[in-house]
Design a protein around this ligand. Structure first.
Ligand SMILES: [Zn+2]
Length: 145
């Protein structure tokens, strides 16, 4: 499984990240353990001021779980300042926009979910919809009083 570990040099407070691809790691807890062990081994052989800590660990999607973006704009459009194209994922259906040479970013309505894993998006969208409905119901109840 692929994951990104963010490390920090304790003496200086500067951080950096490293991407790993370890077949023995199958979930986030194991990824955290892996990073903690790597840092423990590292700290055992360096000078005190070089010691590091793990800031955070996040899973990265593997090649089979990334979005399959298909361009939906017939021609490149322009905001007047920058050109852009619109996209839709063939697998999960979320939409995104690519401005200039920047990578594709998801559209505003998906900003509330972690959309980095394509296979998780349908469930996350259902959860998001449920939360929005609940919020609306609560709003309506307040209005009725
Ligand atoms: Zn997708």
């Amino acid at each position: 499984m692929k994951f990104r570990a963010v490390y920090l040099t304790i003496a200086t407070g500067s951080s950096y990240s490293e991407d790993e691809d370890r077949s023995e790691v199958t979930d986030l807890n194991q990824a955290r353990d892996w990073a903690e062990r790597a840092i423990k081994d590292f700290n055992a052989v360096v000078l005190p001021h070089e010691r590091q800590g793990v800031v955070r660990v996040e899973l990265l999607p593997d090649a089979s779980d990334t979005h399959d973006w298909v361009k939906t704009s017939l021609e490149t459009r322009s905001t007047g300042i920058v050109t852009y194209d619109t996209f839709k994922c063939n697998k999960c259906g979320i939409t995104g926009t690519k401005y200039g040479s920047a990578p594709i970013g998801v559209d505003e309505e998906y900003k509330g979910i972690d959309w980095s894993f394509c296979s998780r998006v349908p469930q996350l969208l259902k959860d998001l919809e449920k939360r929005q409905k609940k919020r609306e119901r609560r709003k309506n109840r307040v209005r009725m009083r």
